[in-house]
Ligand binder design. Sequence first.
Ligand code: ATP
Ligand code: MG
Ligand code: MG
Ligand code: MG
Length: 437
Amino acid sequence: MRLSRYFLPILKETPKEAEIVSHRLMLRAGMMRQQAAGIYSWLPLGLKVLRKIEGIVREEQNRAGALEMLMPTVQPADLWIESGRYDDYGKEMLRISDRHDRSMLYGPTNEEMITEIFRSYVRSFRDLPLNLYHIQWKFRDEVRPRFGVMRGREFFMKDAYSFDLDKESARRAYHRMFVAYLRTFARLGMQAIPMKADSGPIGGDMSHEFIVLASTGESGVFCHKDLLDMPVPGEDVDFDSDLSPIVDAWTSLYAATDEKHDEAAFAAVPEDRRIAARGIEVGHIFYFGTKYSDPMNAKVTTADGQNVPVHMGSYGIGVSRLVGAIIEASHDDNGIIWPASVAPFDAAVVNLKQGDAATDAMCERLYGEMRAAGFDALYDDTDQRAGAKFATMDLIGVPWQVVVGPKGLASGEVELKNRATGERASLTPEAAMNRLV
Ligand code: ATP
Ligand code: MG
Ligand code: MG
Ligand code: MG
C-alpha cells in the first residue's frame, strides 16, 4: 500500500474524550471513528487489525472442530419469549418493531436462535457432538459505553454453541473450547488467564472468563502468579484426545474473578505468588446444561430410544474488544506495538527524500521485493518531513521499518528499525531484506 493513496487520518491532538490509552491510540492512529455512543465505524487501518484477529479466532475454532455459520443480527422476539429471556434481558436489549408491528431485536447473543436451528434439524444422538459458531455484530445497550471498542454498544463477537447428549460429553466440548481459547489468545500475543467465573443459577464448575491483566480492566481478579508462565498447547494438540490433563493443569492454580473470589483459598497461595489485580474479560466459556433446550424443546433420542433435552454450552470471544485489549497490553509513549500476528502491515519502507531519483528507485525496489516475499507492506511515499514519517510509523506500530535516504545510499546502506525493541541497524538493502524474511 502506498501511503499517498491510503486513507489514514492521523490525529495530531490527543482526543479529550478518550480516558484510556488504547482508545486514545485507536483514534489518533485513524483506526476508527465514533458515530454515536459506543458505535463505531472501522476505518481501513482498524479494519485490517480486526480482520486479522477474526482470522486467528476462526482458525482456532475450526482446528477445535467447531463449524462456522452465520446468523443474522436482527432476531424475532418470539424465540426470546419462548426461552423466557425476553423480559429478563431488560434495557440492555435494543428492541425494534418492523412495519407490521412485529417485535424484533438486535441480537445481544444467540442462544435462542441457535437452539431453534438445532431443534429444527437434529433428532438423534448420532448427530452429536456438534459445535456451531459465528462471528457477528452484537448490540447491547450498555448503561455506560466507554473506553472505545472495549465497551461498545455495537461490538463484534465470536460465539460458539455446543450440543451434547450428556454432561460428560459436554465437559469434553468445554475442554476443547478451553484449549482453543488458550491457543487463540497466545497467537494474538496475549497472556489471557482462565479464571473461575460466575455460572449463574445453574452453578457448577464450568464457567471461565479469560482475563488479560491490565490496570484499566473493569474486572477485579485474583490469581496465582505461576499462571503467567504456564505453557500453552501447541499446534499439534489433538482435539480428539482427552484434554483434561491440560485443563486440570490450568485450573489447579488459584484464579477467580471477584464474583467467585474465595479469600480462604487465595490465602493458601504463597504470598509472593499472589496477584490481586484488574483485568479485561476477552472471552467467556460457559456450560449451562438444558437451560435453553428444556423450555425450547430441543431434544434428541438416545441409543435406548429415550427423548432427552440436549446439553449445551456457549463460548464467546470479544473480537472488537481484543483490538483495544491488545493495545492496552502492548504500547509505549510513541504508539502501538502490534504483535506480528495482528499488525496491520508487516513492514514499511520510509522514503526520506521523495523526488530524489536514487532514493525513489531504492524505495520502489524494496517495496516490490517485500510484496514479492509475501509481506503486507506499506510504502510512505508522501512528501512529509522525516520526523512526521517516523512518528506515524511508530504510532500505527509497523513492526519492521526500512528507512531509505540519500545519505545512507551514498554508502550503500539503508536503516532497518524494529518497532518493538527500537533497535536500528545500517545494512545493505539485501541484508535488510534478509532480516525480514
Ligand atoms: P462484560 O462483563 O464485559 O459486560 P459480558 O460478561 O457481559 O462482558 P459475555 O456475554 O460473556 O459478556 O460475552 C462474551 C464476550 O463478548 C465477553 O467476554 C467480551 O469479551 C465481549 N463483550 C461483551 N460485552 C461487550 C461490549 N459491550 N463491548 C465489547 N465487547 C464486549
Ligand atoms: Mg456485560
Ligand atoms: Mg462479564
Ligand atoms: Mg461474560
